[in-house]
Design a protein around this ligand. Sequence first.
Ligand SMILES: Cc1cc2nc3c(=O)[nH]c(=O)nc-3n(C[C@H](O)[C@H](O)[C@H](O)COP(=O)(O)OP(=O)(O)OC[C@H]3O[C@@H](n4cnc5c(N)ncnc54)[C@H](O)[C@@H]3O)c2cc1C
Length: 480
Amino acid sequence: MVGAGAAGLYAALCAAREGATVVLISATPLAQTASYWAQGGLAAALAADDSFELHLADTERAGRALVRRSAAEILVREAPACVHDLQALGVRFDGDRSGRLALGLEGGHSVRRVVHAGGSATGRRVVRQLSALVAAEPRIAVFEGARARALWRSEDHCRGLICDDGRIILVARAVVLGTGGAAALWARTTNPPGSQGIGLLLAHAAGAALADLELLQFHPTAVIGLAGREGFLVTEAIRGEGATLHDGNGERFVDELAPRDEVSRAIQLRLQETGQRSVGLDMRAIDPAHFPNVVASLREAGLDPMRELIPVAPAAHYMMGGIVADLHARCTLPRLYAVGESSCTGLHGANRLASNSLSECFVFARRAVLDALSEPMPASAPARLQEIEALHTLSSPPPATAQTRDALWRDAGIVRSAEGLHRLLDDPHPLAQLLARGALERAESRGAHQRLDHPERDPALDRHHFVLAGDGSGSWQRWV
Ligand SMILES: Cc1cc2nc3c(=O)[nH]c(=O)nc-3n(C[C@H](O)[C@H](O)[C@H](O)COP(=O)(O)OP(=O)(O)OC[C@H]3O[C@@H](n4cnc5c(N)ncnc54)[C@H](O)[C@@H]3O)c2cc1C
């Protein structure tokens, strides 16, 4: 298991529960995962006025005719059971006065559907509980601070992986990647610095296909211009409770609960028109007790959200694209699995519905494990690195430089054009180049991918995903 975010931790626990021996490696400490930073919660159709059909319809509407329905159906049907399983594992979600789960409302959801913990401290609460269980589980060995450098592929399947400088060689019946997203490649981001898509490069170097690389979601409300809190996310759940957005003249200019692509674009446009750097989020009428960590963080930075508007602007937030994964999280390279944000099942389409990603982490981690356990046990481990016949080393890209991050923000930001994307093809970072190629393939505007030179959605591309083949040919295919 690679990665100790929500997806990796839960996958490890599910596997141990089935009697498997698990090795979990994680490059960064817990508090540096996107999962730990998650605020709003997990979407699951649990309310009396909700249904799988409604959750599916909202997911598809937000996804702009690009959602892979079979994957979304699985998500909405299996998310409630995952919530109950997390409760059984000791996660304490917030309740209402009658003891039922309290459900939050977020953009794009037609009913209250978001399960949360500690108000807006959901990720922290969930990850802490899961990691405590992982630490106490004798079947799981944890290597914290270890970094996967290459996948070991032979006989056309994945046999294991190599960590650090070869100090650790793991042979496994399956490798599950839960390495997170890539939004920290952009200069303005809500993500921890480690979210740079290394898992995508590892998988691709070993022969796995990648898809939808052009689809990166921008979150509308990240703090800007507040020392020490640049990019700090102010959860959408706050808008769900009534917080409003205002331009420099104090005017509201967008439906705050529209899907994220719409709200981000409206803010971007208003900023262009007014020449200002931020719009104001007014949460003065919100009960601060419901969002204690957001309020505390802003107050620490010297801003009192109960008295003044919060300066916000969009920031890179979530990678809809990733390693191609089927409904059991299987990659195109046998015995390799991808779960959580590193994966691309197509379920988010061109614009993820808020709080569907934590649910995805749990639903597909469980599926990956159940499938992986049917793989045969591996042959014995090689004694030395040299014995690995086909080591697919990744020429380990260093963390993206400030130049690459600025270039992605400028050339692959909320609005892109062929000119900027062509410039990005020369960027030294390999993933920046692949993202640019994906964005050039999609010659239209849809969801999070807006092309100045192709401003309309092309109906011929509905349900079409651009897939970078894993065979090393560098060719792109369209999958429906
Ligand atoms: C501020 C913020 C708020 C969010 N709020 C919500 C929300 O309310 N609801 C929701 O559904 N989603 C939310 N999201 C999105 C969601 O948190 C993420 O999509 C999800 O947590 C990703 O989980 P993951 O397990 O896939 O990856 P992560 O949590 O990012 O974990 C990745 C793991 O992989 C490890 N790793 C990476 N590369 C390597 C390597 N080479 N070797 C070893 N280990 C490696 C890292 O060390 C880390 O342990 C939010 C995201 C952010 C940033």
